[in-house]
Design a protein around this ligand. Structure first.
Ligand code: SF4
Length: 252
């Protein structure tokens, strides 16, 4: 008669305690591992290892850990030229508060002119990522002789990133080795680190945005554009009357 009772206690109390312990062990392990990855790769690359930040939560965590290991680390932020205004202001504020050296890279070709010429990116053809995200940063890195950079990429971000490893050598251009200290973290662990360390995060998260990259990216779903209509009506208005028609915003 007592066995079913124990099973019930197990699942409600003991089960929860075990779950909490497991998540604490995993989390502590991942924080230690991220610190080790950064420490070891600073040695491998003789300190010539900048941090690439996007203004988002993942690269914020990585930047915090990298600055603990090397307060003089260089920081690179690539402005795709279609960043939310809040993100640019936030990056400037973070630089002032934390006192790091910030290099801002960006393409000199107007984004919307290129969209007029080539059309909007699709899931199958994200043509604008290379000229507006990858190449300006790559040109800066190679002009400074950097062979690698630290990123906040995680493998839970998309199915294409499932095979992400702590250090990833590129198979195609741009040929920059990527160090991914939080490659195995999930979203919950990233937020836990931010809260525990009281890190100043991008205010767009408090407006409900989960991804804070290019505000007009066609890969974002309707929820993003419904939110944009509320929080940034001028940007939404511009987009909904743009030609060629935006695949999502023009239908909302
Ligand atoms: S709009 Fe989307 S596809 Fe284009 S550069 Fe930005 S993230 Fe990449």
């Amino acid at each position: 008669m007592i066995a079913p009772l124990l099973r019930k206690v197990d699942s409600s109390l003991l089960g929860k305690q075990i779950e909490r312990c497991n998540s604490r062990f995993f989390y502590d392990f991942k924080v230690r591992q991220a610190r080790d990855i950064i420490k070891d790769t600073f040695v491998i690359f003789s300190g010539n290892l900048p941090v690439a930040v996007s203004g988002g939560k993942d690269s914020l965590v990585v930047l915090h850990i990298a600055l603990e290991a090397n307060p003089d680390v260089s920081v690179i932020y690539n402005n795709t030229t279609v960043e939310f205004p809040e993100t640019l202001q936030y990056m400037r504020r973070l630089q002032k508060e934390w006192g790091f050296t910030l290099h801002i890279t960006q393409s000199d070709k107007p984004f919307f002119k290129a969209v007029k010429d080539r059309g909007w990116a699709t899931h199958e053809n994200r043509w604008c990522c290379k000229p507006y995200k990858d190449l300006p940063a790559f040109q800066f890195l190679s002009s400074r002789g950097y062979k690698a950079e630290i990123t906040g990429t995680t493998r839970t971000e998309s199915i294409y990133r499932r095979s992400l490893t702590p250090i990833k050598t590129p198979k195609k251009e741009p040929y920059i080795i990527r160090v991914n200290p939080i490659y195995d973290w999930n979203e919950w662990e990233v937020w836990r680190y931010i809260k525990e360390n009281d890190l100043p995060y991008n205010p767009l998260y408090d407006l409900g945005y989960r991804r804070i990259g290019c505000w007009c990216c066609p890969i974002n779903g309707p929820t993003h554009y419904k939110r944009l209509r509320k929080t940034h009506p001028h940007l939404f208005k511009f987009l909904s009357s743009f030609s060629p028609p935006h695949p999502i915003a023009s239908k909302i």
